[in-house]
Design a protein around this ligand. Structure first.
Ligand code: NAI
Length: 481
């Protein structure tokens, strides 16, 4: 039996919630308490409408909640009861002070660490689940060791720190958690450190094959998470940079990606051209890596990774420019339908969604924007499009932006449809449905497919003018014509 009997997870967000719910499901002998400072989030986790949309998550929570899975705002009680604590709080990019715009804001992690030190009445294993810069565990250890007390019977309380970064992807979180490519556990190379790593390994071994659990040093584990995200985002920026060449030459980026992906050294995954990556992690983690490199005096390394982000920004603005140029260089007072607002399909998360950048640039061009997304709540969209600190912006957004209940409503009387998220319902829309949409739009009717999900040939047959990211104009060279 596992030595871990009770787990507390601090931070009931996109990572803490799903991760620890799956642990509760797979380890019925372990009590899992997920705590958060935000009472609204905890209420939602205790309700029928969970605060996070993930396919399969409702079912996991329904099966464990009240059995061995609990959501609570009583952080101190959770800490006291647990043998093992996941720290799964947000680590956003700093918006002011030293490292502004690049470094990770670690004050939530530090607040948790101090809280643990001040309320713990027994020894614990503390697990970094949040994505943190390299050597954060060292700071946590210093804080914990400087603030430890004794148990009631006079024994010294000890803390072991592990790094266990989370590699789940939003939209497939439950699948990824059930069957991870790997579980990474970083620990100090001491007897106690290894024992703590072993205790966490035992938790995962309830459902993950032991060969997939990889134990490393703390710093390697912390850096691996930043590195993995940087490498993933780099593939997207690489294919997106090629998509610009395709559009200029008449090459087709999906053919290029397929041809390249057949090389086993490159592989086919994550080579889909798009309007750019979004999500709370890629940009934040690369900025963090850039900052780390700069801090270490590795200027060239910093510049190399920074380019991945700059390319992503370029891709978004290039696409927005394409829309305006194609619509005869003005979208002022024109209605533009935006299909999809989440940063990817199967999530309601809009953090860093490319749709936000596109809609903001359409707003600057004074277009009317009508947005449809199957999972993002209306208030979230309006909030995302409001510039913080701009007076009367909220009213202005409401005058310029409407949220539609269906793609059909969004497109009615529009001059253009801009697809920002690859939701299945857009990809699977039947020819007849597109025909219906075409009938209600202003002519010429344009479709800008930022995700490469619709069949351009079918849409052209209906009468649409279609631009797909990474597909050049069908130039017929006079020599061959
Ligand atoms: P989130 O913002 O959804 O959740 C964080 C939660 O922590 C919030 O509910 C917040 O109220 C709570 N919190 C903050 N300070 C607290 C404190 N002192 N005590 C108690 N609760 C506190 O963030 P998300 O997306 O879950 O990310 C968490 C970490 O996991 C970040 O470091 C992120 O980089 C990392 N990560 C995120 C992934 C994702 O797909 N979202 C994937 C892998 C890692």
């Amino acid at each position: 039996p596992s030595r871990v009997r009770t787990i507390c997870c601090i931070g009931a967000g996109y990572v803490g919630g799903p991760t620890c719910s799956v642990i509760a499901l797979k380890c019925p002998h372990i009590k899992v308490i997920i705590v958060d400072v935000n009472p609204l989030r905890i209420d939602a986790w205790n309700s029928e409408k969970l605060p996070v949309f993930e396919p399969g998550l409702d079912d996991v929570v329904r099966r464990c909640r009240g059995r061995n899975l609990f959501f609570s705002t009583d952080i101190d009680a959770g800490i006291r009861e647990a043998d093992l604590i996941f720290v799964s709080v947000n680590t956003p990019t700093k918006t002011s002070g030293v490292g502004k715009g690049f470094a990770a804001d670690l004050h939530y992690v530090e607040a948790c660490t101090r809280r643990i030190a001040s309320v713990a009445t027994s020894s614990k294993i503390i697990v970094e689940k949040s994505t943190v810069p390299c050597r954060t565990a060292a700071s946590m250890r210093t804080i914990l060791e400087s603030n430890t007390s004794e148990t009631e019977d006079g024994k010294q309380i000890t803390f072991q720190i592990l790094s266990n970064p989370e590699f789940l992807a939003e939209g497939t979180a439950i699948r990824d958690l059930y069957n991870p490519d790997r579980v990474l556990i970083g620990s100090l190379d001491t007897r106690e450190g290894k024992m703590a790593a072993h205790a966490l390994r035992e938790v995962y071994e309830n459902w993950v094959d032991g060969s997939k659990i990889y134990e490393t040093g703390l710093w390697s584990s912390e850096l691996s998470k930043l590195a993995a995200n940087a490498l993933l985002a780099q593939r997207i920026s690489s294919i997106n940079s090629l998509s610009a060449i395709c559009e200029a030459t008449g090459a087709d980026v999906s053919e290029v990606a397929h041809a390249c992906g057949l090389d086993a050294r490159i592989g086919p995954k994550f080579l889909k051209a798009s309007i750019g990556f979004g999500g709370s992690c890629f940009q934040k983690d690369i900025l963090n890596l850039v900052y780390l490199s700069e801090s270490l005096g590795l200027t060239e390394v910093a510049a190399y990774w920074h380019q991945v982000i700059l390319m992503n920004e370029y891709q978004k603005s290039r696409f927005a420019r394409k829309v305006v140029q194609t619509l005869f260089n003005t979208i002022t007072m024109k209605k533009v339908a935006v299909l999809g607002f989440a940063f990817k399909k199967d999530t309601g998360d809009t953090r860093e969604a490319p749709a936000i950048t596109l809609c903001k640039s359409f707003r600057q061009e004074k277009a009317f924007i009508s947005i449809y997304d199957p999972k993002v709540p209306r208030e979230q969209i309006l909030l995302d499009l409001t510039e913080p600190g701009v007076v009367d912006d909220f009213e202005a957004v409401r005058a310029q932006v409407t949220i539609a209940p269906s793609p059909e409503e969004a497109c009615r009387d529009a001059e253009a449809v801009v697809i920002c998220t690859e939701w299945d319902e857009f990809a699977q829309k039947a020819e007849d449905e597109w025909r219906g949409i075409y009938a209600t739009m202003k002519k010429p009717a344009f479709v800008f497919d930022g995700r490469g999900v619709v069949d351009a040939q079918t849409l052209r047959k209906i009468g649409f003018r279609v631009h797909t990211v990474g597909k050049g104009p069908q130039i017929i060279d006079p020599i061959w014509a």
